[in-house]
Design a binder for this molecule. Structure first.
Ligand SMILES: Nc1ncnc2c1ncn2[C@@H]1O[C@H](COP(=O)(O)OP(=O)(O)OP(=O)(O)O)[C@@H](O)[C@H]1O
Length: 234
């Protein structure tokens, strides 16, 4: 469904992504792993049409159509959503306002506010709280809920577990698995190998802008040594 081929992304003259190729099939959860600064966010932003970075060559195809050169808004209209790093919520808007920004509260088709509240009962309790008043875990839930409101077929999640307590990380893993059950495809950026392996069908490891390893989640779980070395965990 999503096919990235030989992606070359730059910040100004700094060449950050060196020929990355990856793909995500329908209903698949794929993890993109790598240490800090290896280029994970840059790849996610390149796919979503966000600048910077600037993509100088390569291709990003979605259901056979080229996405490169389209604006993020047009990419979202093709049912690709992003849960950005840092969540990018509005401190002064309420939970309800975040969720109804792109779709009316009265909508009955696809993901509705009530369906999001069904997935995250905690958000329902906090519906009148503002972005700035939410805990880290609640912010993560709201960022995922907001992404769901565009009725995505693919979600690009940039380190959803970042800064969360272990119990929240596990909750998030459950959420990813339940979205997979609904048929969504997910490209999950992670630094945490074990969190990624808990949910991913396949894994790519990124090192300084290049894919250095890839494999099937299950096989890696049984023999993680090589990956741990790439990730600098010994
Ligand atoms: N706006 C920018 N301008 C210039 N260089 C940047 C910019 N954003 C990121 N970089 C550089 O590009 C490289 C890749 O960064 P990127 O944020 O994609 O890494 P990452 O793997 O997502 O790491 P993290 O987990 O810290 O977000 C790093 O060397 C970083 O310093």
């Amino acid at each position: 469904m999503l096919e990235v081929r030989d992606l070359q992304s730059y910040y100004g003259d700094a060449h950050v992504i060196h020929g990355v190729s990856l793909n995500v099939a329908a209903g698949e959860v794929v993890a993109l792993l790598g240490r800090n600064g290896m280029g994970k966010t840059t790849i996610i932003r390149s796919i979503m049409g966000l600048t910077p970075p600037h993509v100088r060559s390569g291709s990003v195809r979605w259901k056979g159509q080229d996405l490169l050169g389209l604006r993020p808004h047009d990419i979202a209209a093709r049912k690709i959503a992003i849960v950005p790093q840092g969540r990018r919520l509005f401190p002064s808007l309420t939970v309800t306002e975040h969720l109804t920004m792109l779709k009316s509260a009265r909508a009955t088709e696809g993901w509705t506010m009530e369906k999001v509240f069904g997935l995250f009962p905690r958000l329902a309790e906090r519906r009148h709280h503002r972005g700035g008043q939410l805990s880290g875990g609640e912010r993560g839930m709201l960022a995922v809920g907001r992404a769901l409101m565009i009725d995505p077929e693919l979600i690009l999640m940039d380190e959803p577990s970042e800064g969360l307590a272990p119990v929240m990380v596990q909750h998030l893993e459950d959420i990813v698995l339940s979205l997979k059950k609904e048929g969504l495809s997910i490209l999950l950026v992670e630094q945490n190998l074990y969190s990624a392996l808990a949910v991913a069908d396949r894994v790519y490891v990124l090192d300084t802008g290049r894919i250095v390893s890839e494999g099937v989640g299950k096989e890696i779980s049984e023999n993680p040594e090589q990956l741990l070395e790439h990730l600098g965990v010994h």
